[in-house]
Design a protein around this ligand. Structure first.
Ligand SMILES: [Zn+2]
Length: 278
């Protein structure tokens, strides 16, 4: 799934290519794609795309009167629509602009979870952004300390909970724990002020590195290509210490970690139910 660096770089790309263009028409190509009934997308017709931003993993297409909030989920992509065919493969929604170009939301796979919300007023106050935590790289150590105390749970799950911190997924959660030299199972309530500082630094540096990588591309990367020291590196040598990167396997994903760097050499057993790390 695209995480904060991929989404932010993509918002920059889309803004550079489409800002200022007037929207001619929005078309939901799959009936599940548009998640809101009001306001109508036509509130944006004839008005220019003023800005493309993001909140967490959501892309925001801002028009003067309404904002389209787009969530790509696992397999969604929002790209220039060169062909503009009547029934594009995996097509979910299309924005056609007055200059003849268009943007197409596609979602590969069968999950059909990607979607578009049209909102007026402050998008932060409405679904799907309402209740989202702050963007993960935008908070300071005291705020992190407070969040850790307020949400007693395991660190890996804490980092991925969008209601606590927005924008991190499986790759960055693995990388941040490793960068911070903290166990993915560390109980958040026991992390002190020093750990909060280390965590904030790890989040910022991991996001910045991901962003620098992503800004060098013309299209959104796939997870396997992104900079990582432990994610997708299970069985390989840890670049920091040479120990073997280990895995804790869950039904739908893998937590990757280095025992020497993160747990004082302790091998984490996969002996709990996945409810803590779902
Ligand atoms: Zn290591």
């Amino acid at each position: 799934m695209p995480e904060l660096p991929e989404i932010r770089a993509h918002a920059e790309r889309l803004e550079a290519a489409f800002a200022g263009e007037e929207l001619e028409r929005f078309t939901a190509l799959a009936f599940t794609a548009l998640k809101t009934a009001t306001p109508s997308p036509d509130a944006a017709y004839g008005t220019p795309l003023s800005k493309v931003g993001h909140r967490g993993k959501h892309l925001l297409l801002h028009f003067p009167d309404v904002t389209f909030v787009v969530h790509l989920m696992q397999g969604g992509r929002l790209k220039p629509d060169e062909k503009q065919s009547a029934k594009p493969r995996f097509g979910q929604a299309r924005w056609r602009f007055a200059d003849g170009r268009a943007l197409l939301l596609t979602e590969a796979g069968t999950e059909r979870k990607a979607g578009v919300w049209v909102v007026s007023g402050d998008p932060e106050e409405q679904a799907p952004l309402r209740g989202l935590g702050p963007d993960a790289d935008g908070i300071d150590a005291p705020r992190m300390g407070a969040l850790l105390r307020e949400h007693p749970m395991r660190l890996h799950g804490f980092l991925r909970d969008q209601h606590i911190l927005a924008g991190l997924g499986r790759l960055l959660a693995n990388e941040i724990c490793h960068r911070a030299r903290l166990s993915p199972f560390a109980p958040t309530a026991k992390l002190d002020a020093d750990a909060a500082t280390v965590l904030v630094d790890a989040i910022r540096s991991c996001v910045a590195e991901g962003l620098a990588f992503e800004r060098g591309l013309t299209e959104m990367s796939s997870s396997a290509d992104r900079p990582a020291e432990v994610h997708n590196r299970v069985g390989q040598a840890c670049p920091q210490c040479g120990d073997t990167v280990r895995a804790i396997e869950y039904t739908r994903y893998t937590v990757a970690y280095c025992a020497t760097c993160q747990t004082g050499g302790k091998i984490l057993a996969d002996n709990t139910t996945s409810k803590f790390l779902k």
